[in-house]
Ligand binder design. Structure first.
Ligand code: ZN
Ligand code: ZN
Length: 345
């Protein structure tokens, strides 16, 4: 049996639960989980905010650990290797996005790491709030040797969610990139855009975050409630990464973009306030969205982080502190990611 922490019904506190993982198949990698990052979507899944949750819910999709054993046909991994697993553990493998290793856009729906139906024991996938997981090798990633394992865990969701749009919109040396919102996603965005050579501007409502943002790699801080400062930066940005996790008015940010530039939303799955189209037409600007990242890009991201020594700033917690951690996250009270030490389960 595998030790886990689960929510047994909608919005219920997480508590210990023994689960059964499937036997190791020919293409499977058996992973001992060392650390698991705590993502805001874990809370959405526990609370069934998106109407797709099934219980028991064992959240957790920022998984790092080491390989315990591999199936007979596994070629990419061996015992003892440091590995990671992100938001999904399978997909149809035949549609165009899957064939391009953009499984997050699988036309037939990817299989989430937690709460998706499966033929495994229990009938549901169970995530990383547990001490072991078995995953097909095609959905397992290699974690560079030089990265601290606990700090690397959030790369598997927060990291790739920030990295994928920065790459897709071709952020490069000299670009002026704004990162809106300084949380788990935002702090990864600042570090990554800085490592790509961009001039990074942290855009926040909070003057108190200015010092932190600069220590993470931001070159400038723009306080979004300061109308004069917003006007001074109008039309200057090549790209905006918007990580705000709640409904908000995007119009003031649109005016910051240059001609043809894009603001990409990554933090919110919800309705936005109504949008006046003037800043879109004047300046041919775009608003886009982006969802996590595929296996190929996630491996590229991990290698990039290895090269540039990028990991998350974290608060390490014990497994039994998870309910308090979720409460603190709902108040935005974490710098910048909780990570569970699974030794404590
Ligand atoms: Zn996540
Ligand atoms: Zn597919």
């Amino acid at each position: 049996m595998t030790k886990a922490y689960a929510s047994l019904k909608q919005a219920a506190r997480l508590k210990p639960l023994e689960i059964e993982r499937r036997a190791v198949g020919p293409n499977d990698v058996q992973i001992h989980i060392d650390y698991c990052g705590v993502c805001h979507s874990d809370i959405h899944m526990v609370n069934n905010d998106w109407g797709i949750s099934e219980y028991p819910m064992v959240p957790g999709h920022e998984i790092v650990g080491h390989v315990v054993s591999v199936g007979s046909d596994v070629t990419k991994f061996q015992e003892g290797q440091r590995v990671g697993v992100g938001y999904f553990v399978d997909s149809c493998r035949t549609c165009e996005p899957c064939k391009a290793h953009m499984e997050q856009y699988c036309e037939n729906g990817f299989k989430m790491t937690h709460g998706s139906e499966t033929d495994d024991p229990g009938g549901l996938t169970f995530g990383g709030y547990s001490d072991a997981i078995i995953v097909d090798e095609g959905y397992v990633l290699n974690v560079p040797e030089n990265l601290d394992m606990a700090n690397a865990a959030p790369l598997l969701c927060a990291g790739i969610t920030a990295y994928s749009p920065l790459r897709n919109w071709d952020v490069k040396r000299g670009d002026i990139v704004g990162v809106i919102g300084l949380g788990g996603l935002g702090h990864m965005g600042v570090k990554m855009a800085h490592a790509m050579g961009a001039h990074v501007v942290m855009i926040t409502t909070s003057q108190g975050k200015a010092v932190d943002a600069k220590s993470l790699g931001a070159d400038d801080v723009l306080i979004s409630t300061d109308q004069a400062a917003m006007a001074a930066w109008a039309g200057k940005f090549d790209f905006l990464l918007n990580t705000i996790p709640v409904a908000h008015d995007i119009v003031p940010y649109m005016s910051l973009l240059k001609l043809d530039a894009t603001m990409c939303l990554v933090g919110i799955v919800d309705e936005l306030e109504s949008v006046h189209t003037a800043p879109l037409l004047f300046g041919r600007r775009s608003v886009a969205g982006s969802l996590i990242g595929g296996t190929k890009e996630a491996q590229e991201m991990l290698d990039f982080c290895g090269e540039h020594n990028i990991t998350a700033d974290i608060e390490l917690i014990k497994m039994n502190e998870i309910n308090d951690a979720h409460k603190r996250m709902e108040k935005g009270d974490v710098k910048y990611r909780f990570v569970i030490d699974l030794k404590t389960i």
